[in-house]
Design a protein around this ligand. Structure first.
Ligand SMILES: C[S@@+](CC[C@H](N)C(=O)[O-])C[C@H]1O[C@@H](n2cnc3c(N)ncnc32)[C@H](O)[C@@H]1O
Length: 258
């Protein structure tokens, strides 16, 4: 009886903690969505008032992307996806210049509509507009040569980010690459921004999340020429580790044999 009582209390405590966690997660995502609803659908809006750095950012991304095309086993130039695309700034200024087709994933419908208008001159090159949060996005298997994630992953909690990375790996074609371009802290700890409900991770934290998702970082570069008052920005090019590749291959064999 006593044992049962203790067990019940433990289960209740566990449930309460889980409930609290779920509630926090929901708030983390809904607060971010609310924040972005009130942001203008402009380059300046996307970059928090620092619209003037857009060309510096795009130049740095383009130089980094070009180095990926010089790899021994480079990604193809057929299909890219812009994750957390906002108004399509990166698609328009970078991805459509290098890939035949681009998909966009963005949870804010106002931004996606602006992206559609802004990309109308190259609409035949745009595949899908996915109106989704990245925590709910599952890339079609082996569809993409490059998956580009920029200034959005601070909106994903660690467990969702690792899940997202795993789904991205499944969405990459052979020789495909996942690019992560994000702010990193100068401190050693995760910094929470209550205004937009996002976190900024330290460099080492990204590295340990890549490891947790079984990703291998094949190239990285710090973005140069950023104003000193902003966080440092890093670009990472990632591929599945050998262990993950073997696991994904096994999954493919299993599916085809069903
Ligand atoms: C700082 S803006 C960057 C936009 C774009 N990546 C760029 O660099 O121009 C962040 C974008 O992430 C989107 N976002 C926020 N939380 C998201 C989530 N959970 N899933 C997908 N997009 C999200 C916002 O709506 C916004 O468009």
């Amino acid at each position: 009886m006593l044992t049962e009582e203790i067990m019940t209390q433990e289960i209740d405590k566990g449930d309460a903690e889980k409930c609290h966690e779920d509630c926090n997660a929901k708030l983390f995502y809904s607060d971010a969505a609310k924040y972005w609803e009130n942001v203008p659908a402009t380059v300046n809006g996307m970059l928090g008032g620092f619209g003037f750095i857009s060309h510096i950012d795009i130049d740095g991304s383009e130089a980094f992307l070009k180095t990926l095309f010089t790899l021994e086993n480079p990604p193809d130039k057929n299909y890219a996806v812009d994750c957390g695309s906002g108004i399509g700034r990166i698609t328009k200024n970078l991805l459509v210049k290098h890939f035949k087709h681009v998909d966009l994933v963005e949870q804010n419908s106002k931004f996606l509509n602006t992206a559609k208008k802004s990309l109308s001159s190259c609409s035949t090159r745009i595949g899908e507009y996915y109106p989704l949060g990245l925590q709910d996005f599952c890339a079609a298997p082996r569809k993409y040569d490059v998956i580009w994630c920029q200034w959005v992953l601070g909106h994903l909690r660690d467990d969702d980010l690792v899940d997202f990375f795993t789904k991205c790996m499944n969405g990459l074609k052979e020789n495909g690459v996942l690019v992560v371009k994000e702010n990193v802290t100068r401190s050693d700890y995760v910094e929470f921004d209550t205004e937009d409900s996002s976190i900024t991770r330290p460099y080492d934290n990204f590295k340990s999340l890549f490891k947790k998702a079984h990703l291998e970082c094949i190239r990285e570069q710090k973005q140069l020429r950023m104003p000193g008052i902003l966080y440092p920005v890093f670009m990472f090019a990632l591929r599945p580790s050998k262990t993950l590749l073997a696991h994904l291959a096994l999954q493919t064999t299993d599916t085809s044999s069903i």
